[in-house]
Design a binder for this molecule. Structure first.
Ligand code: 3HC
Ligand code: NAI
Length: 654
C-alpha cells in the first residue's frame, strides 16, 4: 500500500509510504485523491493528519516519471482537492518537505513540523519550476520576497526559520503524529484559517522584482528555469492566483521536456548512483577522524581545507619551516574562502576549524591518523620516499592515499608495507571547492579501503568516480584530447578567440585557450616532448611554438593571449599569432555550433575509448567527472550525455 489510513477517534491519519523518499508517484496521487473523497464523505471524521513514513515527509514529484508524458491524476488536481476538502488537512512534516512535497503541504490548512524539517522548492535544480501551485500558494503564506527566494534561489528555511516565516504553524518533538493529532483536535475548536490560495497577498514595490530578477539571472549561469519560476510567481501577484497557476503549469510542462531538464535529471541520478556503487553497498569503511596530509602546496592545502570544512581533524606535514609557514597562510585564506562560499559542512563549524589543524615537519604525530593523503611534488622518487616513511611510521590499519595526477599508483606503492591499504584519491583544484574525487584502486587495494574512499567523499560532499589506471585517469585524459582538438582547430585556421567564445557561449566559464593560459601551457608541451623523445610521432602543435619562446600562459605574462600588468583579462596577442603562424592554415570561419560539436565529439570519443578499456564503469561517470572537475556546464549534462542526444537526434531525423 502506498498510502495508509488509520483512524484515531474523529481524526484520520493518512501516511504516505513510498520508500525511499515518499515521492508522489502516480499510485500515490491516485490514492490520495480517492482518500480525500472518501474522508470528506465520512461523517465520523472531522480532520485529517497527512504525514510521510520514514525520515522525511515527501521529497516531491517522482522524478523517474519525468521521462514520460504526465499521467493523471495530476498533482495540481490532487492538491487543489485537498485544499478544497470539507475537513481540514494538517500536514505533519518530519525531516523535509521538498518540491511537490512542500506544494502538497501548502494545500493543507495547517503545517506542523519537527525542528529539523527543511522546506524547499528545488525544482530549478532539475531545470523545471514548481508545477503544483508552489509559486502561487507560497507567496500567499510567507510573503512575496521570501517566496521568491525559496522558488528561484534555493533558499531552504529549516524548523524555527520556517516557523518565523509562517510556513509552519508550530514545531513539535517526536513522536510527531500523536502531537499532530492533538493539534488537529485543538484546531477543530477554533475558526479555520483561510486556504493558502485564498489568502491575501500584497504586491511588493517594483524594485523588489528588479532586484530579485537581477540576483536570479546573475546566479543562474545561463540556466533558464530560475527566472521563469520567478516570472510565474510574479504573474500570480500581478494577475491573480488563477492566472498564476495557469502560467506555472504551462511553464512546468514546457520545461519538463527540454534538453536542459533532461541533462539535469541525468546528473541527479548519476550523482546518487556514484555515491553508492553496487559493490560498495554492503562494505563498511574504516573509521576516519584524523587525516594526515603530506605536502601543503596548492593541493595539500586545498585538501586540508576540504577535510576541515567536512569536520575532520588534519595533521599537515611539510618539509621545512618555510613550507609550514606557506601552508598556514594559504589555509588562513582558504578558511576565509570557505566561509564566503558557505562550505562548512555538517560538523565543520567555523570555530573549530583552526583548532582541528596541526601543521608539522616530519612524521612525529602522523601515527594518530587513520588516513594519510600524499600531495607532494609530482615525482615518483619523492612520492616513493614519502610512502616508504609512511609505511614505517603509520599504524598497520592506516589507509594511505596518493593525489598523483599522472603517475601510475602501482609504481608509487611498490615496496610499500601493506599495499592493500593503498589507493589513489585524486582531488581537483581548488580542492575545497571542486566536487570531483577520482578514486583509483590498485589491484591490491582492499575492499574496505576502497569503501573508505567513498565514505570520505560522502563526508566531504564530494562526488566520487572510480577510475582504472591509465595516463591521466579519466579527467585529465579527456582534458588532453579536448585541448588537442582545440589546437587542431587553430591549426586549421579557426581563430583562438573564436574557439574560446564558442565554448563560453556553450556554458564553460572559460574557453580552452583561456584555461590553458591560466593553468600553464608547459604541462601539455612537456608531455608531448616526452612522447617525442620516446620516438612517438607527435606532430608539432601551435602551443609547442609558444612554449619554446617562453609564452607559458599567465604566469609568464602571456600564452595564447597577452596579459597586461598582471591583469587576468586575456587580450588578443598579435605576437602569439605571429609565432604560431607557420603551423596555421588559411583563416577559416567556423560557426560556434560547429566548434562546439567538434570539441564535444572529441571528448565523447575519448570517453568511449575509456569506457571500452574498462577504465570507467559508465558514461554517466564520465559526465560527472567533467561537470564536477572541469567546469563542464551542468545544464548540458556532460559530453557523453551530449553525444547520446546527438545520436538520438540523428536517429529521429533518419
Ligand atoms: N523522485 C524519485 N526518486 C527520488 C526522488 C524523487 N523526487 N528523490 C530522491 N529519489 C531517489 C534517489 O534517486 C535515490 O535513489 P537510489 O537509492 O536508487 O539511488 C533515493 O531516492 C535516495 O535519495 P538520496 O540518495 O538523494 O538520499 P539522501 O538522503 O541523500 O537525500 C533527498 C534525500 C534530500 C530527498 C534527495 O534525494 C533530494 O534532494 N531529492 C530530490 C528532491 C527534489 O528535487 N524534489 C523536487 C522534485 S520535482 C517536483 O516535485 C515537481 C513538482 O513541483 C510538480
Ligand atoms: P605544489 O608544488 O604546490 O606543492 C607540493 C608541496 O609538497 C610543496 O609545498 C612542497 O614543499 C611539499 N613537499 C615536497 N616534498 C615533501 C616531502 N617529502 N614532505 C612534505 N612535503 C613535501 O604541488 P601541487 O600542485 O600541490 O601538487 C601536488 C600533487 O598533487 C602532485 O602530485 C600533483 O600532480 C597533484 N595534483 C595537482 C593538481 C593541481 O591542479 N595543481 C590537481 C590534482 C593533483
Amino acid at each position: 500500500m502506498t498510502v495508509n489510513v488509520e483512524i484515531d477517534g474523529e481524526i484520520a491519519i493518512v501516511t504516505i509510504e513510498n520508500p525511499p523518499v515518499n515521492a508522489l508517484s502516480g499510485a500515490v496521487r491516485e490514492r490520495l485523491l480517492t482518500l480525500v473523497e472518501l474522508l470528506d464523505g465520512d461523517a465520523n471524521i472531522r480532520a485529517v493528519v497527512l504525514t510521510g513514513a520514514g525520515r522525511l515527509f515527501v521529497a516531491g514529484a517522482d522524478i523517474v516519471e519525468f521521462d514520460r508524458p504526465p499521467e493523471p491524476p495530476f498533482l495540481p488536481e490532487v492538491i487543489a482537492r485537498i485544499e478544497a476538502a470539507a475537513k481540514p488537512w494538517i500536514a505533519a512534516i518530519r525531516g523535509a518537505a521538498l518540491g511537490g512535497g512542500l506544494e502538497l503541504a501548502l494545500g493543507c490548512r495547517f503545517r506542523v513540523a519537527t525542528a529539523n524539517a527543511r522546506f524547499a522548492l528545488p525544482e530549478i535544480n532539475l531545470g523545471i519550476i514548481p508545477g503544483a501551485g508552489g509559486t502561487q500558494r507560497l507567496p500567499r503564506v510567507v510573503g512575496v520576497a521570501e517566496a521568491a527566494r525559496i522558488v528561484a534561489e534555493n533558499y531552504t528555511p529549516v524548523g524555527a526559520e520556517a516557523l518565523r516565516l509562517g510556513l509552519v504553524d508550530t514545531l513539535m518533538e517526536e513522536p510527531l503524529v500523536p502531537g499532530a493529532v492533538s493539534f488537529a483536535r485543538a484546531a477543530l475548536g477554533r475558526a479555520l484559517p483561510p486556504r493558502s490560495l485564498n489568502r491575501g497577498v500584497s504586491a511588493p514595490a517594483s524594485d523588489v522584482w528588479a532586484e530579485a530578477e537581477g540576483r536570479v539571472v546573475a546566479d543562474a549561469k545561463g540556466a533558464t528555469a530560475p527566472l521563469q519560476a520567478l516570472q510565474a510567481l510574479r504573474h500570480g501577484i500581478d494577475y491573480g492566483a488563477e492566472a498564476g497557476l495557469a502560467l506555472e503549469r504551462k511553464t512546468f510542462l514546457a520545461l519538463r521536456s527540454t534538453e536542459e531538464a533532461a541533462a539535469l535529471r541525468h546528473l541527479f541520478f548519476a550523482e546518487r548512483a556514484a555515491l553508492r556503487p553496487a559493490d560498495m553497498r554492503l562494505q563498511s569503511p574504516r573509521s576516519v577522524e584524523t587525516v594526515g596530509v603530506v605536502g601543503g602546496g596548492t593541493m595539500g592545502s586545498g585538501i586540508a581545507a576540504a577535510l576541515l570544512n567536512g569536520g575532520l581533524s588534519v595533521v599537515l606535514i611539510e618539509q621545512d619551516e618555510e613550507g609550514v609557514f606557506r601552508a598556514r597562510s594559504t589555509l588562513a585564506k582558504l578558511f576565509e574562502s570557505s566561509r564566503r562560499r558557505g562550505l562548512f559542512g555538517a560538523g565543520g563549524d567555523a570555530s573549530g576549524w583552526m583548532d582541528r589543524l596541526e601543521t608539522t615537519i616530519g612524521y612525529g604525530t602522523v601515527e594518530r591518523c587513520e588516513l594519510v593523503i600524499e600531495a607532494v611534488f609530482e615525482d615518483l622518487a619523492v612520492k616513493r620516499a614519502v610512502f616508504a616513511e609512511l609505511g614505517r611510521v603509520c599504524r598497520p590499519g592506516t589507509v594511505l592515499a596518493t593525489n598523483t595526477s599522472y603517475i601510475d599508483p602501482r609504481l608509487i606503492a611498490e615496496g610499500l608495507l601493506g599495499p592493500e591499504r593503498f589507493l589513489g584519491l585524486h582531488f581537483f583544484s581548488p580542492a575545497h571547492v571542486m566536487k570531483l574525487l577520482e578514486i583509483i584502486p590498485t589491484p591490491q587495494t582492499a575492499p574496505d579501503v576502497l569503501a573508505t574512499g567513498y565514505d570520505l567523499a560522502r563526508r566531504l560532499g564530494k562526488v566520487p568516480v572510480r577510475s582504472g589506471i591509465c595516463d591521466g585517469f579519466i579527467g585529465n585524459r579527456i582534458l588532453r584530447r579536448y585541448r588537442t582538438e582545440a589546437e587542431v582547430l587553430v591549426r586549421a585556421g579557426v581563430g583562438i578567440a573564436a574557439v574560446d567564445a564558442a565554448m563560453r557561449a556553450f556554458g564553460f566559464a572559460m574557453g580552452p585557450f583561456e584555461m590553458q593560459d591560466m593553468a600553464g601551457l608547459d604541462i601539455a608541451f612537456l608531455y608531448r616532448e616526452a612522447a617525442r623523445s620516446r620516438g612517438e610521432p607527435v606532430p608539432d602543435m601551435p602551443g609547442d611554438l609558444l612554449v619554446r619562446v617562453g609564452r607559458k600562459g599567465q604566469k609568464s605574462g602571456g600564452g595564447w593571449y597577452d596579459y597586461i600588468d598582471g591583469n587576468r583579462r586575456p587580450i588578443r596577442s598579435p605576437e602569439a599569432e605571429r609565432i604560431i603562424a607557420p603551423l596555421v592554415g588559411a583563416k577559416k570561419e567556423m560557426a560556434g555550433e560547429e566548434i562546439v560539436a567538434r570539441l564535444m565529439t572529441a571528448m565523447a570519443d575519448e570517453g568511449r575509448t575509456i569506457l571500452d578499456e574498462g577504465i570507467v564503469a559508465s558514461a554517466a561517470d564520465i559526465d560527472l567527472v567533467e561537470v564536477h572537475g572541469y567546469g563542464f556546464p551542468r545544464r548540458r549534462g556532460g559530453p557523453m550525455f551530449q553525444a547520446s542526444r546527438q545520436d538520438m537526434t540523428i536517429t529521429r531525423t533518419l
